[in-house]
Design a protein around this ligand. Structure first.
Ligand SMILES: Nc1ncnc2c1ncn2[C@@H]1O[C@H](COP(=O)(O)OP(=O)(O)OP(=O)(O)O)[C@@H](O)[C@H]1O
Ligand SMILES: [Mg+2]
Length: 231
């Protein structure tokens, strides 16, 4: 790792431009990186972030905190096609997101079922969780693939707490693979290999410090940063 002027590039260094989907409890952004510290936010949430929607739906379904993993676990035993929740795509060509409508749709749906006297069974909860998760993933995947087609990045990355969602990872990986096949492209898809690197963690701060130091060693007060990225 780094020696002298900041060291060699870490193995498996990512290639730019990179399209990043950051999905967490507080953020939902599509970011186009030209190089380290040089990026444009091409899309962001206009209301709730995806993680926030997972947390709110978990509360509606009385699933334990943290909401994202609970919904994902419940969804594994459910049918994602059972109930239809909205896929809000916004204006044609927009890379922005809006997830507050789906949370409200889930709330109204559960209330309607209760009013109709239907029992809130484990199976029902699993089906709502799976249908909600599928709707969120459909929107995220559609926006990522549209952005990949428009900007032709060398790599596509998925980051943030919601990147721990295995169904989301699998869908994006599968869609990128399909697009590569269709276009004869070689876009690399990466997401944190270990789940502990999906949410806030020290490695991402150290990694940012490492690249900042490489860019301008004199401006940074630390002499040596070893950042072993989780990718
Ligand atoms: N398996 C999962 N599926 C879906 N969502 C998940 C999963 N695991 C965690 N999450 C969600 O990730 C979010 C937490 O992620 P993170 O810690 O990156 O965000 P944050 O600190 O809330 O937001 P930010 O740092 O962007 O302001 C929570 O909303 C949580 O529900
Ligand atoms: Mg955070």
């Amino acid at each position: 790792m780094p020696e002298g002027d900041g060291g060699e590039a870490p193995a498996n260094e990512p290639k730019f431009p990179i399209l990043v989907l950051t999905v967490s409890g507080g953020h939902n952004e599509l970011i186009l990186m030209k190089r380290h510290f040089d990026f444009n936010v091409i899309g962001e949430t206009r209301d709730d972030a995806a993680g926030e929607a997972f947390d709110k739906v978990a509360r509606l379904l009385k699933l334990p905190y943290p909401g994202g993993p609970s919904v994902m676990r419940a969804a594994k035993n459910g049918d994602g096609g059972k109930f239809k929740f909205p896929r809000t795509m916004l204006e044609v060509g927009s890379f922005d997101f809006s997830f507050s409508g789906i949370k409200t749709a889930v709330l109204y749906f559960i209330e309607k079922e209760k009013r109709a006297g239907r029992r809130i069974t484990k199976k029902f909860i699993s089906n709502v969780a799976a249908s909600f998760q599928e709707a969120i993933i459909d929107v995220l995947v559609a926006k990522v693939i549209a952005a990949v087609e428009k900007y032709c990045p060398a790599e596509t990355h998925l980051a943030g707490g919601v990147s721990a969602n295995t169904a989301l990872r699998e869908r994006i990986a599968a869609e990128i693979a399909k697009l590569n096949k269709r276009r004869g492209a070689k876009i690399i898809f990466r997401c944190p290999q270990k789940f502990e690197y999906c949410t806030d963690n020290a490695a991402m701060i150290a990694s940012a410090g490492y690249y900042k130091y490489k860019k301008s060693p004199k401006k940074i007060s630390i002499n040596y940063v070893e950042a072993r990225a989780s990718f």
